[in-house]
Ligand binder design. Structure first.
Ligand code: KIV
Length: 276
């Protein structure tokens, strides 16, 4: 099998089969995610709190994101790889944004980049336009945009028309502008189900929801939540495994066997000494 392309994704979308996407940040996990048949892997800036030990996504640097992306690409063969652009690696100027986006393709061999867009965010829509004109595929991201957490003030549901939420109209129009700018897909994060459905009906590119309900064209989750690997449970996610417990019990057993002398045995030694 060869690597999934945008035409492959478009064909699946046109056929009405939901698209699956999961994050990954390193080669071993990405390898399993890829072999399990996910359509797209997002090397998310959620690496900040799920992989790099930061409190949130804001500290993630270009070098860290490039390193994570390179590892995920090297560990995979089929999934379409989307690299998430870190906070302030885009938006300060058009040229720096495009150059940083291009680095993910040139240096880490990603297939596309993703960047977050505030409601009606003209600066990022212009970046999407320029990147796609130059051949850098872009996935948009609207709704809850964690890189703006200090402005939003919390993980509030978006599309509800309240003080802590942008309007449904703003989300629909922003997604439409991203599509016009050339985005091949749009992530909807923590958007109320009715508004996620409105956005999905308003654009002709696949919407990929996280915490945005059922009426979208695909789903993305954070791999640590799915695997139960060092993550705070997220209510709208689903945990399919408990790797924390599996890892802890394996390591406890290892420590016990080292302390008791049960490990290593002669089978774990080169030229083992014959015991008389
Ligand atoms: O970084 C990430 O994991 C994301 C998803 C929440 C969509 O952007």
């Amino acid at each position: 099998m060869s690597r999934t392309t945008i035409p492959d994704l478009s064909e699946k979308y046109a056929g009405g089969t939901p698209l699956s996407m999961l994050t990954a940040y390193d080669a071993p996990i990405a390898r399993q995610v890829d072999r399990a048949g996910v359509d797209m892997i997002l090397v998310g800036d959620s690496a900040g709190d799920n992989h790099l030990g930061y409190d949130d996504t804001l500290p993630v640097t270009m070098e860290e994101a490039l390193s994570n992306t390179g590892a995920v690409v090297r560990g995979t063969r089929e999934a379409f790889i989307v690299a998430d652009m870190p906070f302030l690696s885009y938006g300060t100027s058009l040229s720096e944004s495009v150059e940083n986006a291009g680095r993910f393709l040139k240096e880490a061999d990603a297939d596309a980049v993703k960047l977050e867009t505030a409601p009606y965010g003209e600066a990022t829509i212009e970046i999407v336009d320029r990147c796609t004109e130059l051949g850098i595929p872009v996935q948009g991201h609207v709704g809850l945009t964690p890189q703006r957490e200090n402005q939003i003030g919390g993980a509030y549901v978006q599309g509800r028309d309240t003080d802590t939420s942008t309007t449904g109209e703003a989300l629909v129009e922003t997604a439409q502008r991203l599509e016009e700018a050339g985005a091949f897909s749009v992530v909807l994060e923590t958007v109320s189900e009715p508004v996620a459905r409105r956005v999905t009906e308003a654009v002709d590119v696949p919407t990929i929801g996280i915490g945005s309900g059922r009426y979208v064209d695909g789903q993305v989750l954070v791999v640590s939540d799915v695997l139960g690997l060092g993550a705070e449970p997220y209510s709208l996610s689903k945990q399919y495994a408990d790797l924390d417990s599996a890892i802890r019990s394996a390591v406890e057993q290892y420590v016990a066997e080292v302390e008791s002398g049960e490990f290593p045995t002669a089978e774990n030694a080169f030229d083992p000494i014959e015991e008389g």
